[in-house]
Write a protein that binds this ligand. Structure first.
Ligand code: FAD
Length: 447
């Protein structure tokens, strides 16, 4: 039998790679992982974690203003971007350290450099060293897509946004997905003038129409300027650092920062996968239900496979891979009923089918809605309504979709998603006594 340097070599120490490395090692495998940037990957370093901390930071703008109607004498408060930024980056560093020590504790060898595949069972490191492994796991994630047009190099992506030296006063955000809408909310709460441009005329495709319409309406009321059916012609950087942006479909603009949130593409460029016999589909590694690629010794998990680009999914795929191969516990990820959220202001969240999808797939459905002004918003004199929508199969009453926008929607939806996943019916919700007064009691009182 050929002796390999490692049983498993993982490329990429992000959500999927760290979980797979740790669990495989715990099952007794000899594991190494290569990371070209920072252990923790997108979620920890430049995604979910720092983004959510900025969302918290931004929301104080509304809380401080609302506090006045609750009796607090709040002076005009200034906002200190460098202080929030330093605290967020320090929090990120602590998580990176903790991920690193977890890997070390499990005797996973960490190579802090880029790795590429140089054969079905061989990896070449940036230093030039080659190592062999019985199996290779590709967990290289995805990177921001930047549209190609004159001056596009003057824009930034979500990778750079956490490191801005100063808070821009005028921000142009391109895209209409969750990252675009989240950063539109963040910058708007910090007092910047925010314009969001999008090639089509919808935001947050894939989310329920009534919920995304509500977000659009509230965001516009808060002062975010949306320009639809608009794309870039060029960006010109002036001597004073400001950017002149020429657009197709809309007037030219002058801004301080252009943020591209125009999608994420799987990180497979230059990885050497094709030469090793790994089939790609639009740049994503094609895998079967057990995360195995067309090359039997090479597997892939997470964003690089472009299945569902979310952290908990990458983690589950990493866990399933390690349990199946090294733990004698065959496991497959169940992709049904994956809840997701947009941490906008207010946030929205959903699980299961949208109303449109349910009508197409099931035909006969019942839709229940609760459109209400949260008690806290009433006293704060904040004219912002929440909307909850439940979609049920007509004959059985089984809930097939739940969608909501309003304060704490993601926190509420995570719990409700358990019931949807367990195939509960609307009757089961109705039989549950309301917990009063809460916003989530609306879920058991829907008509
Ligand atoms: P990643 O976490 O991206 O890890 C891949 C790692 O591989 C990276 O560290 C990279 O440096 C490394 N790498 C790449 N190529 C090589 C190479 N050749 N050699 C060595 N190392 C390499 N998801 C959520 O669930 N909730 C959210 O709220 C959320 N918010 C997000 C906000 C933003 C701004 C972004 C960008 C993403 C967000 N996501 C969110 C998505 C989430 O971050 C990803 O789905 C998740 O990180 C995917 O994990 P992964 O392991 O596939 O890849």
């Amino acid at each position: 039998m050929m002796a390999f340097d490692y049983d498993l070599f993982v490329i990429g120490a992000g959500s999927g790679g760290v979980r797979a490395s740790r669990v495989a090692a715990a099952h007794g495998a000899r594991v190494a992982v290569a990371e070209e940037h920072k252990v923790g990957g997108t979620c920890v370093v430049r995604g979910c974690v720092p983004k959510k901390l900025l969302v918290y930071g931004a929301h104080f703008a509304e809380d401080l203003s609302d506090a006045r109607n609750f009796g607090w004498d709040v002076p005009t408060c200034g906002f200190n971007w460098p202080r929030l930024q330093a605290n967020v980056l320090a929090a990120v560093d602590r998580i990176i350290d903790s991920y690193t020590s977890t890997l070390e504790h499990h005797q996973v060898e960490i190579f802090r450099e880029r790795a590429t595949v140089s054969g079905p069972q061989e990896v070449t490191l940036a230093s030039g060293r080659t190592v062999t492994a019985e199996r290779i796991l590709i967990a290289t994630g995805a990177r921001p897509h930047i549209p190609d047009f004159p001056g596009c190099e003057h824009g930034i992506t979500s990778n750079d946004v956490f490191h801005l030296e100063t808070l821009p006063k005028r921000v142009l955000i391109a895209g209409a997905g969750y990252i675009a809408n989240e950063f539109a909310g963040i910058f708007n709460e910090f007092g910047a003038q925010v314009t969001l441009i999008n090639r089509s005329d919808v935001i947050l495709r894939g989310y329920d129409e009534s919920i995304r319409d509500r977000l659009l309406q509230i965001s516009m009321t808060k002062g975010i300027d949306f320009r639809f059916n608009t794309s870039f012609k060029s960006i010109e950087k002036r001597d004073d650092g400001t950017l002149r942006v020429d657009l197709d479909g809309s007037d030219a603009m002058e801004v301080d920062t252009v943020l591209f949130a125009t999608g994420r593409v799987p990180n497979t460029r230059g990885l050497g996968l094709e030469a090793a016999g790994v089939e790609l589909d639009k740049g994503a590694v094609k895998v079967d239900a057990d995360n195995q690629s067309s090359c039997p010794s090479i597997y892939a998990v997470g964003d690089v496979t472009n299945r569902v680009q979310l952290t908990p999914v990458a983690i589950r795929e990493g866990q399933a891979f390690a349990d199946t191969i090294y733990g004698n516990k065959p496991t497959r990820v169940d992709y049904s009923c994956i809840p997701s959220a947009v941490f906008s202001h207010p946030p929205m969240a959903g699980v299961g089918m949208t109303e449109g999808e349910a009508r197409n797939r099931l035909g006969s459905i019942k839709v229940y809605q609760s459109d209400f002004r949260p008690m806290k918003n009433v006293l704060a004199d904040r004219n912002e309504r929440a909307l909850y929508k439940m979609i049920c199969e007509s004959d059985t009453g089984r809930i097939v979709g739940l969608h909501m926008i309003g304060p704490d929607a993601p926190e509420i939806l995570q719990v409700a998603a358990i019931a949807i996943k367990a195939r509960l019916t609307k009757d089961a919700f109705d039989q549950t006594v309301a917990l009063h007064p809460t916003m989530s009691e609306e879920l058991v009182l829907m008509r």
